[in-house]
Write a protein that binds this ligand. Structure first.
Ligand SMILES: [Fe+2]
Ligand SMILES: [Fe+2]
Length: 233
């Protein structure tokens, strides 16, 4: 499965990854990336995303910052997570629209193609020698890995998955559960919370870093406020 994903991502990604790398390079104001450049990049990527995706990206960033603070991470790490979380799905820009927008469930092949957004995102964001983009590349690549090893693209488990990605995973799943998707209705906050903490047959608590999950549980009401638009972070 991994080999096929790599093959497919190389095929799909050929033009799109190169185009995104050129786009990112243009945002540099000096030889290296400054935080201001990455801030501009974030707003450009959000602006070229459709409205639903843009909302998801901004909310995931807000949740991720709350968790990073709750875990007591240093200011630099929090800033890296701030940038990285909003870029986590950048690889989807290389996925064909007919798959992204498909109503109903994916075929096996479509699912494999969709899952390559992790590999493509990691590829788009690496090699800029900028700490913000290095963490962003890490998050793009690993945000669908799961603590119990059942995720993709590599099936990593536990602390082999970078903490930044483990934080974004719970934020991403919460937001996906709350949102309407072509294959599912939106869940209330309480149903999403129960799915994450107790499992619903699809999402399981074993998917998440226990430490990150505990922070999420502590902060869960704020997640609801962010989702419903009542909390600015
Ligand atoms: Fe994703
Ligand atoms: Fe996402």
């Amino acid at each position: 499965m991994i080999d096929i994903s790599h093959e497919i991502s190389r095929e799909i990604g050929k033009g799109a990854v190169a185009a995104m790398k050129r786009f990112i390079h243009r945002e540099k104001s000096t030889d290296s990336f400054q935080s201001h450049d990455v801030e501009v990049l974030l707003s450009r990527v959000t602006a070229i995303s459709d409205e639903v995706t843009a909302g998801h990206l901004v909310r995931v960033r807000k949740y991720a910052i709350l968790i990073a603070e709750q875990l007591g991470l240093g200011e630099d790490t929090q800033t890296q997570i701030y940038f990285a979380s909003q870029l986590h799905d950048i690889g989807k820009m290389a996925i064909p629209q007919e798959i992204l927008q498909k109503p109903g469930s994916f075929t096996r092949t479509e699912k494999v193609i969709m899952n390559t957004h992790t590999l493509l995102g990691g590829e788009m964001l690496r090699d800029y020698h900028c700490p913000y983009l290095e963490v962003a590349a890490e998050v793009a690549l690993y945000h669908h890995e799961r603590w119990d090893g059942t995720g993709y693209p590599y099936g990593l488990s536990g602390e082999a998955i970078p903490l930044s990605a483990r934080i974004v995973t719970v934020c991403d799943v919460y937001d996906a559960l709350r949102s309407r998707r072509p294959y599912k209705d939106c869940y209330s906050h309480d149903v999403a919370l129960t799915a994450i903490c107790d499992g619903d047959g699809w999402t399981l608590p074993e998917h998440f870093d226990p430490q990150v999950l505990a922070a999420f549980v502590k902060l869960n009401r704020w997640f609801d406020d962010i989702y419903t638009g009542g909390l600015e972070v």
